[in-house]
Design a protein around this ligand. Structure first.
Ligand SMILES: [Zn+2]
Ligand SMILES: [Zn+2]
Length: 241
């Protein structure tokens, strides 16, 4: 089935994420917009994923728990998981592998942890927009240990992307997909970076504010509308049709 997706959305937990971008608000906005499947991918944390999944269940929208992990090379990788337990376990691992720098709310925002009904449960004390200690090459196998799959985010951006950090898209990076921003020219990247050619192209909003959320335009073909089906599709051993 063809599903409208947005696999890269931030909540109020992310530094520079708007406090209005609560799990409830972003899920219900996506539902009203007509999405079938979204992922919540805060910077270096999965602490709002369970709330977003609960809001998704209530709204009738599949919400995949995820994270936008910043590698030691300052490359953003979108990591997705089949369930909240494994996402949170991965989140705990990452929390122990980022610099112990405290958030400064006046600069980066409150980094709010919420439940599915917009109640603030707490604030993440560690600054989440730092580079973790994991290198990009080890991320796919690490994510797989938690049942997940990952892909390099916004490779056409001039910062925090695999191309900006390494200058190329390595054939050896064990991923099945990559992300371009909405504006990027697919043919250019397919031509210039051969490693992209046998990989699935994804385009997502990367919204940090409700007003940055986009109407659905991208579809992915999955056998069923579940987190597991998505992860199977994004796992390297899956053959692309
Ligand atoms: Zn990013
Ligand atoms: Zn992002």
């Amino acid at each position: 089935m063809k599903l409208y997706y947005d696999l890269h959305i931030h909540s109020c937990l992310s530094p520079c994420g708007d406090n209005e971008m609560t799990p409830f608000n972003l899920v219900n906005t996506a539902k009203v917009f007509g999405y079938d499947l979204i992922a919540l991918t805060d910077h270096n944390s999965c602490r709002n994923c369970r709330a977003a999944m609960e809001a998704g269940e209530a709204a009738g929208l599949t919400v995949v728990p995820g994270m936008e992990l910043c590698t030691s090379e300052e490359i953003h990788m979108v990591c997705l998981f089949p369930d909240a337990d494994r996402a949170e376990a991965f989140g705990a691992l990452v929390r122990g592998n980022i610099p112990p720098v405290k958030n400064r709310p006046e600069i980066f925002g409150d980094q709010l942890v919420m439940d599915s009904a917009d109640t603030v449960l707490g604030k993440e004390e560690l600054l989440l927009n730092t580079a973790s200690f994991f290198s990009v090459d080890e991320v796919p196998a690490l994510v797989r240990q938690y049942g997940g799959a990952c892909f390099p985010a916004h490779i056409d951006r001039h910062s925090y992307s695999i191309l900006s950090a390494l200058g190329d898209f390595s054939d050896t990076l064990d991923v099945a997909a990559f992300e371009l921003t909405m504006q990027a020219d697919e043919a250019h990247y397919r031509d210039a970076y051969p490693a992209t050619r046998n990989k699935l192209l994804l385009r997502d909003s990367d919204a940090h504010y409700l007003e940055n959320m986009l109407l659905p335009s991208q579809t992915i073909d999955l056998p069923e509308n579940t987190a597991q089906a998505l992860i199977d599709r994004l796992s390297p051993q899956e053959k692309q049709p």
